[in-house]
Design a protein around this ligand. Structure first.
Ligand code: NAD
Length: 260
């Protein structure tokens, strides 16, 4: 098993992509902290993924809350003796023309994606350096880490920013055996995307079917959604990669939307 006895924290793991990554990590032998702002959802997910409680633990963690991030990370290392993998995945989407976007909504999205990535990375790096066994920090980017779409100003800005953060982590982490990479999925049919379909239809004045075909999947090679399993398999590959040969990079998983 690729991640045998590795200890991981996955944020936003009670839903969608995070949940699929947690599932795949456990299947590959890891122990996973299911970190989410919703403790009820995290607890239910942890029970579903591992009824024994030995391979999955629920963690109440709002990634914008410094004290919760630090305490949550410490509780994982205390329980499982260290930390090997962080997947900074928690995220939201806000669909709005830039000129109509409130400053509060801008700040809310930036706090979850950018502050959250910083706070969870800092806590994880401290734990990994103390543990002296290296580690892998995966940031959840998006095709929107590389290109822009209308109505998504804060999301595109935040996802571009994560590329820079991963490169700094790669440079500062190298001497400690800590690698960092960004996963950039295309559209995946999770609750985050289901909510956007009617919102985009309204904003663009088109049908929901047209949003899927002509906005979301227009530039893929086959008109297909990326799946949570596609993203999870990529996360397993990156988390299990053993050397600094693969660090500071981004991998796009998108059915060919935005070939680099
Ligand atoms: P989702 O809505 O299914 O899950 C997001 C999870 O994050 C939820 O469980 C939610 O409770 C949690 N969360 C929200 N705010 C939080 C906070 N402050 N602290 C901790 N947890 C919080 O969404 P998803 O589609 O699985 O998205 C996961 C990540 O993947 C996001 O970063 C998103 O931007 C990225 N992404 C998604 C897609 C897609 O098409 N779905 C594409 C590219 C990138």
């Amino acid at each position: 098993m690729i991640l045998n006895e590795k200890v991981a924290i996955v944020t936003g793991a009670a839903s969608g992509i995070g949940r699929a990554i947690a599932t795949a990590f456990i299947a590959e032998g890891a122990r996973v902290a299911i970190a989410d702002i919703s403790i009820d959802a995290a607890t239910a997910t942890a029970r579903e993924l591992d009824a024994t409680g030995e391979r999955a633990m629920a963690l109440a963690m709002d990634v914008t809350n410094e004290a919760q991030v630090d305490a949550g990370t410490a509780s994982v290392t205390a329980r499982w003796g260290g930390l090997d993998i962080l997947v900074s995945n928690a995220g939201i989407q806000i669909i709005s023309p830039l000129v109509d976007l409130s400053f509060n909504d801008w700040r809310r999205l930036m706090a979850i994606h950018v502050d959250g990535a910083f706070l969870t990375t800092r806590a994880a790096m401290r734990a990994m350096i103390a543990g002296k066994r290296g580690g892998s920090i995966l940031l959840m980017g998006s095709v929107h880490s590389h290109l822009a779409s209308a109505l998504k100003a804060p999301y595109v800005t935040a996802k571009h920013g994560l590329l820079g953060l991963a490169k700094v982590i790669a440079k500062e982490g190298a001497e400690h055996g800590i690698r960092s990479n960004v996963i950039c999925p295309g559209f995946v049919r999770t609750p985050l995307v289901e909510r956007q379909i009617p919102e985009q239809a309204k904003s663009f004045g088109i049908t929901e079917a047209e949003v899927v075909k002509n906005v979301m999947l227009k530039d893929t090679v086959d008109g297909e959604f990326t799946t949570v399993d596609d993203v999870a398999r990529t996360a397993v590959f990156l988390a299990g990669f053993q050397t600094n040969a693969l660090t500071g990079q981004s991998i796009t998983v998108s059915h060919g939307w935005h070939m680099q």
